[in-house]
Design a protein around this ligand. Sequence first.
Ligand SMILES: [Zn+2]
Ligand SMILES: [Zn+2]
Ligand SMILES: [Zn+2]
Length: 137
Amino acid sequence: MNSKALLSHYKLRVTNSRCTILEIFMDAEAALSEYNIEKQLEGQCDRVTIYRTLKTFLDNGIVHKVLDEGNIVKYAVCGTNCEPALHNHEHVHFKCQTCGDTICLDNIPIQNIKLPNGYTKKEANLLILGTCGKCNN
Ligand SMILES: [Zn+2]
Ligand SMILES: [Zn+2]
Ligand SMILES: [Zn+2]
């Protein structure tokens, strides 16, 4: 699916900046921070547009948050099973300490962790630090 079709699929208005930012995500091999996107856009969009676009994508199940080390938040494209207000995936994220990439390991689910009585889970995040396959070669 191309960026236009994907936006239409989620019933979002197709704008140039939405298409461009979505294409950056679709081409990316690793999760992207707001700063990464801003750099790739080379001034095509201002920061407010980037911020709003990311929020729209997040709210509509197009991208999900990837918690990186420290306070950096990155974003990555969701699979096809996410819907507005319902992100439907809990997979492991991997941060390579050599190249700095943070990657979605879509096929590796987070194990079900038993919580104490009275606790309810909303979402789970698991970040594994180490060296990725590319850097280990
Ligand atoms: Zn999602
Ligand atoms: Zn690496
Ligand atoms: Zn992910």
